[in-house]
Design a protein around this ligand. Structure first.
Ligand code: ATP
Length: 229
């Protein structure tokens, strides 16, 4: 069976600046994969390429067996990739309820289910997104992605800059989603938290896949070489 998401030899960049030099990774159905690497190694650029916010200049990005480069973007958007981008983007002037409504697509995830996952959102349905705390905005960003009923959820630094207690709430939600069988690609700096949810890790070094393996094989040596500062 082919993987849900499959990248091979992906290159991409920003104008004349090349950022990706050959990224390969796969995410299978129900699998959680961590995309790791030091700052500036190409994690966010890889995510942008998967979400088609940035075109791949070479290699292949396939989702559910379909080469994304062959699809017009409006079709690619409906394939089922739910992205929670870096910096938790929500619509500030809209209420929580409106933020959820505009993201909704048919499927098992609806307002009742996302508010069961994040009860705090349920208590703030009439509040505008810009008045939420950072943690609540992150919950809303994840909830919005779930409302699209994705087959793959991509989380780019979902716990960045949040208080420890809120981080714990978000990690608990991520573990619950994984437990329900949702395929997840996640970027995060906390190796300890990643180890508690990811099946496998892919490490980028200067825009290319430098290491890939099951999470248990990520030794202190590997972490030191590719993730240490
Ligand atoms: P971080 O953990 O700091 O977010 P990252 O691994 O996500 O890092 P990217 O943001 O993908 O790294 O950056 C990869 C490379 O592309 C870096 O050299 C970066 O300077 C460059 N880059 C990123 N965004 C742009 C942009 N909009 N224009 C030009 N270069 C960019």
């Amino acid at each position: 069976m082919s993987a849900l998401l499959e990248l091979s030899g992906v290159t991409a960049g920003y104008g004349a600046v090349q950022a990706l030099y050959g990224v390969g990774l796969t995410v299978g159905e129900g699998e959680a994969v961590a995309l790791m690497g030091r700052n500036g190694m190409g994690k966010t650029t890889t995510v942008r390429t998967i979400a088609r916010m940035l075109p791949a200049t070479g290699g292949r990005v396939a989702f559910a067996g379909t080469d994304l480069a062959r699809l017009p973007s409006y079709r690619a958007a409906r394939l089922g990739i739910g992205l929670v981008p870096e910096g938790r983007r929500t619509f500030g002037p809209l209420t929580v309820s409106e933020n959820l409504a505009v993201a909704a697509r048919p499927g098992p995830w609806d307002v009742a289910r996302v508010t069961r996952l994040f009860p705090r959102l349920g208590e703030r349905m009439g509040q505008t997104a810009r008045t939420l705390s950072g943690g609540e905005q992150q919950m809303l960003a994840i909830a919005r992605a779930l409302m699209t009923n994705p087959r793959l959820l991509i989380l780019d630094e979902a716990t960045e800059g949040l208080a420890p207690s809120v981080r714990q709430e978000i990690w608990a939600a991520i573990r619950a989603l994984k437990g329900e069988g949702l395929a997840i690609l996640l970027i995060d700096k906390s190796v300890r938290e990643i180890a508690g949810v990811a099946d496998r890790a892919v490490i980028l070094e200067r825009g290319a896949t430098a290491w890939a393996g099951v999470i248990g094989a990520l030794s202190a040596d590997v972490a030191d070489r590719y993730l240490g500062v």
